[in-house]
Design a protein around this ligand. Structure first.
Ligand SMILES: [Zn+2]
Length: 441
C-alpha cells in the first residue's frame, strides 16, 4: 500500500478528551495508520505518495455505529406509525422469518453503502446469518464488530452455531472484523440462558452485545418476573463481567448506575428510534456523571429509516436539552465526545475515535462550503447543528479510500439496488403463524 497524504484540511482532534480544531493541516497516512498531522506547508510531489487535496474540508474520525441491524434496510418503511409491540409481532418478526443468507448479504451491502456515504467506518452489528454480514464487511472495506443475534427459544444448538461464527471470523480482514456474542435481550433470553452466554463469552474471550431496558414497561416486567431490574439481572447472570454493548439501556436506577460504573459496559444510544416509536426519552446525564461510555447508534432502518449518525448526533443534543428542560444540557463538547470518542469506547477500540499519530487511519472528510456552513465562527456548532451526512465527501478506513467525491470505490451501488429490489416481494410477505420470536407484553 503506497503512502497517503490528506492535504490542507482542518482537523477535529481530541486532546485529553477536549475537542479542538486544527486549521490548515496535513494528515500523513502510512499503511493503515496515521503517521503524522502537521501544518500545511509547501508540497513537493512524490510518486510514492497519493495525495488527496482536502482544502476547505474538515477531517473527522470515522464514526462508529454502536448498535445496528444493518440488513434491516431491506425492511425500510414497512412498519410505519405503529407501536413497538405491533411493530415486532405483526411486521418485523414475521418478515424476518423469510430471510436467507443471500438476502442478508445484499441487505448488509446496501446498509454498508449507506453508512460509508454517511461517514461511518465501523459498525457493531447484531443480526442473523452473520457470515453474510462478515463477507459484506470484508468486501466493502469498513470495520465490523459482529454479533449473531440469538433467542433463548432457538436453544443451545443455535447458540453453538453463533459461537462457531465467533471463532471463524475473529480478527479477519486485517483485524477489521471482531466478533461478539449476541443474546437478543433479557426479555427474550431468560437467566439460565444468559448465564450460559456469559460462560461462553469467558471461554471465547469476547464481549456481549444485547438489547436492554428499551422501555419503562420492560423494566417493570423484569421486576415483576425476576424481582430485579434488567441491569441487575445482567449482573447476576455474569453478563456484565464481560465487555458489553448495551443497546438503549434507558431509565437506569441508582443501583444500576453503580453496577454499570463498576463493569466494562457501554451504551448504544439511538434517539431517532425512540422518537419514532413514541417511547419516553431517558436522560443521559446520569451516565455522563458516572463516566459510563455512551456512543451513537442507528439501530435498524426499519425503526429508524436511516443509518445516519450525524442525524442521531443532532437529535441527541436536541432531545437531551428537552429532557432536562435546560439549554445548557448536552453542550457541544459532550456531543462531539460521545459521537467520536464515545463510539470507540463503547466498542473497545482504543485506536479509533481520534485523529492522532499512531491511531488507525479511519478518516472522513466533510465539505464546508454549503451556505448553511458559512461563516465558520463556531466549527463545532456548524458540525453538530448545520452539517449533515450528505456533506461527507471522502471516506478512508484502515488506510484505504472507500469513497471519494461521494463515489464508491469498493461497492457497486447499481448492482446492490438491483439485488435488493428483486428480493422485496418475498421478504415482505407475512405467512400467518410464522415469526422469528414473540415480543412479550
Ligand atoms: Zn436493536
Amino acid at each position: 500500500m503506497a503512502g497517503l497524504l490528506v492535504r490542507d484540511c482542518d482537523v477535529l482532534q481530541f486532546n485529553n478528551g477536549q475537542p479542538e480544531f486544527l486549521i490548515h493541516h496535513n494528515i500523513r497516512v502510512e499503511e493503515n495508520r496515521i503517521e503524522a498531522i502537521y501544518p500545511t506547508g509547501e508540497w513537493q510531489s512524490n510518486p510514492d505518495i497519493k495525495v488527496i487535496d482536502a482544502g476547505g474540508m474538515l477531517a473527522v474520525p470515522g464514526m462508529i455505529n454502536t448498535h445496528a441491524h444493518v440488513p434491516m434496510v431491506l425492511f425500510r418503511g414497512v412498519a410505519e406509525d405503529v407501536p413497538l409491540e405491533e411493530w415486532f409481532n405483526d411486521y418485523i418478526f414475521p418478515m424476518e422469518s423469510n430471510l436467507t443468507p443471500e438476502d442478508v448479504y445484499w441487505g448488509a451491502m446496501l446498509g454498508i453503502a449507506e453508512m460509508i456515504e454517511a461517514g461511518i467506518t465501523c459498525v457493531a452489528d447484531h443480526y442473523f446469518f452473520m457470515d453474510s454480514v462478515a463477507e459484506a464487511i470484508q468486501k466493502s472495506g469498513i470495520r465490523g464488530d459482529l454479533a449473531w443475534a440469538v433467542f433463548e427459544h432457538e436453544g443451545l444448538e443455535k447458540l453453538d452455531e453463533t459461537t462457531a461464527f465467533i471463532t471463524r471470523w475473529q480478527g479477519q480482514a486485517n483485524d477489521r472484523i471482531r466478533t461478539w456474542l449476541g443474546p437478543h435481550s433479557p426479555y427474550l433470553c431468560g437467566p439460565e440462558f444468559l448465564k450460559t452466554c456469559a460462560q461462553k463469552a469467558v471461554e471465547l474471550d469476547v464481549g456481549i452485545h444485547l438489547h436492554v431496558s428499551e422501555t419503562k414497561e420492560q423494566v417493570a416486567l423484569s421486576r415483576q418476573k425476576y424481582g430485579m431490574t434488567p441491569i441487575r439481572l445482567l449482573e447476576e447472570t455474569g453478563i456484565l463481567e464481560r465487555p458489553t454493548i448495551l443497546a438503549h439501556c434507558l431509565f437506569p436506577e441508582e443501583e444500576d448506575l453503580v453496577l454499570l460504573r463498576n463493569h466494562p459496559a457501554g451504551i448504544g444510544h439511538a434517539p431517532k428510534t425512540y422518537m419514532r416509536a413514541g417511547l419516553e426519552l431517558g436522560s443521559l446525564q446520569p451516565y455522563l456523571d458516572n463516566q459510563i461510555p455512551i456512543g451513537l447508534a442507528s439501530d435498524g432502518a426499519a425503526s429508524n429509516s436511516t443509518l445516519d449518525l450525524y442525524e442521531q448526533m443532532r437529535l441527541m443534543g436536541l432531545t437531551q436539552k428537552i429532557v432536562e428542560g435546560d439549554a445548557r444540557s448536552m453542550p457541544l463538547d459532550d456531543i462531539l465526545r460521545i459521537a467520536f470518542l464515545g463510539g470507540a469506547n463503547v466498542c473497545r477500540h482504543s485506536e479509533l475515535g481520534n485523529l492522532k499519530p499512531g491511531n488507525l487511519a479511519d478518516i472522513v472528510l466533510i465539505r464546508q462550503d454549503r451556505a448553511s456552513q458559512i461563516p465558520r465562527l463556531n466549527i463545532a456548532a456548524n458540525l453538530v447543528y448545520a452539517s449533515s451526512a450528505t456533506d461527507v465527501d471522502t471516506v478512508i478506513c484502515d488506510g484505504q479510500i472507500l469513497l471519494q467525491g461521494r463515489q464508491h470505490l469498493t461497492l457497486n451501488k447499481d448492482q446492490i439496488k438491483q439485488e435488493v429490489e428483486g428480493r422485496l416481494e418475498k421478504l415482505v410477505t407475512r405467512v400467518p403463524g410464522r415469526k422469528v420470536a414473540v415480543y412479550p407484553t
